[in-house]
Design a protein around this ligand. Structure first.
Ligand SMILES: CC(C)(COP(=O)(O)OP(=O)(O)OC[C@H]1O[C@@H](n2cnc3c(N)ncnc32)[C@H](O)[C@@H]1OP(=O)(O)O)[C@@H](O)C(=O)NCCC(=O)NCCS
Length: 298
């Protein structure tokens, strides 16, 4: 079979969506909604390529973008084509060349826990594993016992008009790596995997200023919707006094109000801020999800 690598164009979106769905089903048990490829292809400042077969069907997809000082990439291939290895190798090499050309000093990529082909290619091309990510989940069969925030702190719904100007600054303080404000908003407002729903955003305020946040959304998993906690943090000076617990309980309540049967999230197994023990305390169980790899370039 003759294969070739070419820039991805909007007319490839349908074929890429089919590839992403099959890949996601194979590695996570979840599909990938239609529209993900289109959203990726039209994100400014990013570049994509596909490995196509003679019939133009995408059998591999690579997407590279700048995130602050680093470049990140997604690499996906159909495992049924020669084990996928040469396709993955070609896409990783494309991503590296692209990252070098935009002047990034580091390239980062995630491999699914079951995607041994990508893991092998990365290990054999001098990428180093830096973080293991776990998927955590808890069934929301019953409401958690309510937890009051510490004195002086209120926990409530995010108010778009009032809070939109402040939330990025707090989120960026908690997660300083990468991203600028437009990219952060794009990731939260235009990600078809977790549609933007500010009614599922919870904030903690002290004296009216945001000191913590839990950013929830609906996400399709195993054929049905669950509540997905996609951002969770408390300002460093406010940690260890129960704000995180109060946010988590409010988040679970909001998901239960929506009728979601479970809450899920992703967390680094190396998290040193007590997040894992907090999640376990609320009955969350974990399974390996992915590994983050990095390579210094140039
Ligand atoms: C994870 C995070 C949100 C927790 O927020 P927090 O406000 O510190 O959380 P809490 O205070 O409710 O609970 C944290 C710990 O403090 C303890 N704690 C709760 N109330 C307390 C109090 N009054 N006094 C002292 N400690 C207290 C809790 O028992 C918990 O410890 P444990 O779970 O190990 O038993 C916060 O540490 C954070 O922002 N981390 C960085 C961002 C991050 O990693 N987010 C998660 C990504 S998946």
């Amino acid at each position: 079979m003759r294969l070739y690598l070419k820039p991805a164009v909007p007319s490839d979106a349908k074929s890429i969506d089919a590839l992403l769905t099959d890949h996601s089903r194979a590695h996570t048990g979840r599909g990938s909604p239609t529209g993900v490829a289109k959203a990726r292809l039209r994100t400014p400042g990013t570049v994509s390529a596909i490995v196509a077969a003679a019939d133009r069907r995408a059998i591999g997809f690579g997407h590279v973008w700048r995130d602050g000082e680093v470049a990140r990439c997604l690499v996906v291939a159909r495992p049924d084509v020669w084990g996928g290895r040469p396709i993955v190798a070609a896409l990783v090499s494309f991503a590296e060349r692209r990252a070098v050309s935009v002047g990034a000093g580091t390239l980062k990529v995630h491999s699914n826990a079951t995607d041994s082909v990508l893991g092998d290619v990365l290990a054999s091309t001098s990428f180093e594993p830096v973080t293991r990510i776990s998927r955590m989940r808890v069934d929301l069969a019953s409401r958690p016992t309510s937890v009051a925030p510490p004195p002086g702190v209120d926990v409530g719904r995010f108010d778009e008009e009032r809070d939109s100007g402040e939330i990025y600054a707090v989120a960026h303080e908690v997660f300083p790596e990468g991203n600028n404000e437009p990219a952060w908003w794009r990731d939260h407002r235009e990600n078809p995997l977790r549609p933007y729903d500010p009614a599922l955003w919870i904030v903690a305020r002290r004296d009216g200023r945001i000191v913590g946040f839990a950013l929830g959304s609906r996400r399709m998993e195993d054929g049905g919707p669950v509540g997905y906690l996609g951002g969770f943090g408390v300002r460093e000076s406010e940690r260890g006094h129960g704000i995180g617990q109060a946010l988590l309980v409010a988040m679970m309540d909001a998901f239960i109000d929506r009728g979601f049967p479970a809450m899920t999230l992703s967390v680094s197994t190396g998290n040193r801020t007590g997040a894992l023990s907090l999640y376990r305390k609320f009955g969350m169980t974990e399974a390996p999800e992915s590994t983050e790899w990095m390579k210094r370039l140039g």
